[in-house]
Design a protein around this ligand. Structure first.
Ligand SMILES: Nc1ncnc2c1ncn2[C@@H]1O[C@H](COP(=O)(O)OP(=O)(O)OP(=O)(O)O)[C@@H](O)[C@H]1O
Length: 567
């Protein structure tokens, strides 16, 4: 019976029963020409399918999948209750039908693997294209920024050249008034305002700059940038040289040299005199505890050549320079001051900041000037503290151009020092100190012929140090300095000084504890001074204050000493 109906059905749609399953299905769909019968009810369709292939009715879940295979099109459902064969392709192409909805209405699960996968791919493609778009935008922005920077640098370079030309014009126009009144003179020359204008584009207003001269200064402070773009730095520097003179001249007027300085940079000499010169550092040998070996070497290298210059000639010439190295707070500066005081030398205490100028070439000029000034004030001791920060290893990737030039100048000056000492009799001694001897430039290390290790204080030195620190302080009879010295092994001289200071304040702390300011004011000063420092105060202070030098530090210094030390 079933077979008979099936055959009838075949005949109805003109299907040949001998054909394959796929062919049969295709014929069924082809029958529904969109022009004639654009709408096929789902029930009708299923009826047809079941008639042709009754096994499919048990597998409705697979139906969409099969239809898709037969039709070669993944999307085939249309309408809420029906299927339009021709609409399948439209729907798919336009992509505006809700697959889930369509399938739900006929109570069939959507072909997840197909429809969603396609939707996912579409979404991915969309996201990718968005990402590419944003990357493109970023690239465009970067290119724009680079271009702007380049243009800015180019403009700075032009500024520098312009300013140079203007300054040269000024120099030829008004030689007399130039140094005192450069700003006006430049403005008279004209073009000054226009140069201030573009510079202000980089964030500095014309007022702040105060016209052309300031712009020269500002442009120069961009030295590196200009160098990067191949700017003519030297010319900017030359302009600057004039500018410095002009700006500093007024300051110089107030500073009267104590001695006659006839070098080429009186303005810088005046500045250095103000900053670093100490004609009497006021530290005696006895103020320095221990360090007898260091004292002996310094006597031989500095004190004796000063007293017996005729003996220290030829092969006996004084050592070019002396380096003191060791952990911080061990008395290097103190020792240098003591030598200068004992020998009646002028003491010049130089740190990195004293020799670092703001303008192009200023650091070298300052260095040159320092040695000229030292000769003018001779006998002089130039003490360069933390020389490693001024003269670290050259040629490193991080080395700055200014610092490289400064180092070269320093080396030249140290060489010159040696010659002038032997001929003019004006003794200038270079004493340097560092906590990082390993960072020193090799050429400088060679010139600092004596390299003295200033170690942590030993037991005897610690005892002496405590006595020096407490010489004017009332001590309780039970205070055992030896015990304090034992307890402070590994402490630097500076640490021990701090312990003594802390211990000596403890009596006062106890005395004022819990009192109001008025009550404290009423305590007699003499009463306060009489409070003796007890052993307990010391022990408390030692407990509170920890040593600042690590054993790794000591090892580092000892290693360097065994390699490069010279005593
Ligand atoms: N041998 C010492 N005799 C007397 N006081 C000392 C001694 N060593 C250190 N001090 C004390 O420590 C303080 C710091 O010493 P100084 O500045 O000379 O150390 P430094 O070695 O130059 O330190 P840095 O390396 O940090 O510059 C001194 O003012 C002094 O109070």
């Amino acid at each position: 019976m079933m077979k008979k109906q099936k055959l009838e059905n075949y005949q109805m749609v003109g299907v040949d029963a001998a054909k394959s399953k796929e062919e049969k299905m295709k014929i069924i769909f082809d029958k529904f020409d969109v022009n004639k019968d654009s709408h096929l009810g789902i029930t009708e369709l299923l009826g047809w399918i079941m008639a042709v292939e009754p096994t499919l009715s048990n597998d409705l879940q697979r139906l969409p999948f099969l239809l898709q295979i037969y039709l070669g099109n993944p999307s085939f459902l249309a309408g809420s209750k029906g299927l339009s064969y021709s609409g399948f392709t439209h729907i798919y192409e336009e992509g505006h039908r809700n697959f889930d909805h369509d399938f739900n209405t006929i109570n069939i699960q959507p072909p997840i693997h197909q429809g969603y996968a396609i939707r996912g791919i579409l979404q991915q493609q969309q996201q990718r294209s968005l990402m590419l778009q944003s990357q493109l935008q970023q690239q465009q922005q970067q290119q724009q920024q680079q271009y702007q920077q380049h243009e800015q640098h180019r403009s700075l370079m032009l500024q520098s050249q312009l300013v140079q030309q203007q300054a040269q014009q000024c120099a030829s126009l008004a030689t007399n008034t130039f140094s005192n009144n450069l700003r006006n003179t430049t403005q008279q020359v004209g073009g000054g305002i226009s140069s201030a204008g573009p510079v202000s584009n980089i964030g500095i207003t014309a007022q702040q700059m105060g016209g052309v001269i300031s712009s020269a200064v500002q442009v120069n402070s961009y030295g590196n940038t200009m160098q990067q773009v191949g700017g003519n730095l030297n010319s900017a520097a030359e302009v600057n040289k004039n500018v410095n003179s002009a700006e500093q001249e007024n300051a110089v007027k107030d500073v009267k040299s104590k001695v006659k300085y006839d070098g080429s940079h009186p303005e810088l000499a005046a500045r250095l005199e103000k900053e670093i010169l100490d004609t009497n550092p006021g530290v005696k040998w006895d103020d320095v505890a221990g360090l007898s070996e260091a004292k002996r070497i310094l006597q031989e290298t500095v004190v004796l050549p000063l007293f017996m210059p005729e003996y220290f000639q030829g092969i006996r010439r004084p050592w070019r320079g002396v380096l003191m190295f060791g952990p911080p707070g061990t008395g290097k500066t103190l020792l240098a001051k003591a030598v200068a005081t004992e020998c009646g030398m002028t003491f010049m205490n130089i740190s990195c900041s004293s020799l670092c100028g703001n303008w192009y070439g200023e650091s070298e000029r300052l260095t040159r000037c320092l040695f000229e000034l030292a000769r003018a004030h001779a006998p002089t001791m130039i003490f360069i503290d933390e020389i490693d920060s001024l003269c670290s290893v050259r040629g490193s990737a991080t080395e700055h151009e200014t610092s490289r030039r400064l180092k070269s100048e320093l080396l030249v000056q140290i060489d010159g020092l040696n010659n002038s000492n032997s001929t003019s009799g004006k003794m200038v001694t270079l004493l340097a100190a560092t906590n990082f001897p390993g960072n020193l430039d090799e050429a400088l290390r060679r010139r600092l012929e004596k390299r003295i290790y200033i170690p942590l204080p030993d037991f005897e030195t610690r005892k002496k140090l405590i006595q020096i620190n407490l010489k004017s302080i009332e001590l309780a009879p039970e205070v055992d300095i030896e015990q304090v010295a034992q307890k402070t092994e590994g402490y630097s001289g500076d640490d021990i000084t701090n312990i003594c200071r802390d211990a000596s304040l403890n009596g006062m702390r106890q005395k004022i504890a819990g009192k109001t300011i008025d009550e404290i004011k009423n305590i007699l000063k003499s009463e306060m001074l009489k409070i003796p420092v007890t052993m307990e105060d010391f022990l408390e202070a030692v407990d509170k204050i920890k040593p600042t030098v690590s054993s790794a530090d000591i090892q580092r210094h000892e290693k360097w000493y065994s390699e490069f030390g010279s005593s």
